[in-house]
Design a binder for this molecule. Sequence first.
Ligand code: UD1
Length: 426
Amino acid sequence: MDKFVVRGGNPLLGTIKVSGAKNSALPCMAAAILTEDEVILENIPQVHDIETERKLLTSMGAEVELGYGRAQHRTHIKCAILSDPVAKYEIVKTMRASSLVLGPLIARTGIARVAMPGGCAIGGRPIDLHISGLEAMGATITQDHGYLEARADRLKGAHIVFDKITVTGTEDLLMAATLAEGETLFENCAREPEVTDLAALLIAMGAKIEGAGTATIRVQGVTRLHGARHRINPDRIEAGTFLVAGAITGGDLNVDCCEPKHLGALISKLEQCGVKIDVGADHVRVRSGGELKAADMTTEEYPGFPTDMQAQYMALATQAEGTSSITENIFENRFMHVQELIRMGANITISGRTATIRGKTPLQSAAVMCSDLRASASLVLAALVADGETILDRVYHLDRGYEHFEEKLRGVGAQIRRMGDVFGKK
Ligand code: UD1
């Protein structure tokens, strides 16, 4: 298993580029299931989750050509024949977003067999809302040997009110509704930019969708979708991670090729912490404004502060003067990074869903363990300001979702290198 070795102390200076959004790319790749024509996606990030999704689609009979190295990271997907509409456990267990194929598979082939995702480090993460939505659209769902099987001759439009806001749930059912008979009305939908990105692709494929990006989405089902070409949005979480990297190191960093409109909650929080921010059309510059100040934060659905930036923000809070309280509202167990930050010298206590961080504490290097994707990013950020050389184990979590993370950070002055396992295993 690879490790990162990070030596802290350098302010990050220069320009760093943001890649395409993993969480947009995953549903957009799944959307290709809805048509037998070719779907071309640009700006697909070169991260491990995308490779997993490629495996998932090819295991069903799709042709997927990931065009890394080519202009625009252009990817071609053709699901002319789906000979095996099954999402196997070996693949689903490594990536929960595999449940995104449930809706498109049943809509296209009338049958979907998808392994039930297991537990996950950041909480239970059930898919009950995907299931009840498909049932409302007329699917019959059974469970056997750890698999869900959904069947329907043709899905029917329905009125679906989500009990809880779910991003992949909204995406999964939105895809299903595009080929359903009649109108589907969704209420209490996720408003995340990834939902809007997916809807833009579906519309380019011939779907009739109104209201994506708002809480109410209306879909008129069509009998067939066709191929399309679509460019994936910039990754707002990667951009946010770099903004915090610039702020925590007291640097001067231009985060380029991003969509500042998607970063509103983070930018205002950083400004509250005393960080200087200049927003351009497709870039955000972050600069030190002197000492960092504590500011409380609560995670919320978009457009609120994203749960996927909570761990990185906590690293910053350890370096802010005063007491910050951070409340995690979306996932019940998303404080796995806290123990590792404490081992590096942070002063953090947890009570229920709220962490209290007393700063500023100097951080020291240590051997630390990455527990999930965003927790890994948080530990790298802490290591960038720690005294000495921090060794981060299990960086495969980080490789799931950040493209060339260490190369990008090195390009703006960070001292970070990857160390392979002595046996050469990843
Ligand atoms: C997506 C993102 C993830 C992000 C999360 C919240 C992808 C691939 N992943 O995950 O990075 O952290 O949104 O912004 O896009 N829930 C249910 N029943 C369901 C579905 C969800 O109770 O059927 C609950 C979850 O347990 C959680 C909350 O709803 O408490 C939100 O989860 P959800 O938005 O579905 O997260 P994901 O789509 O899995």
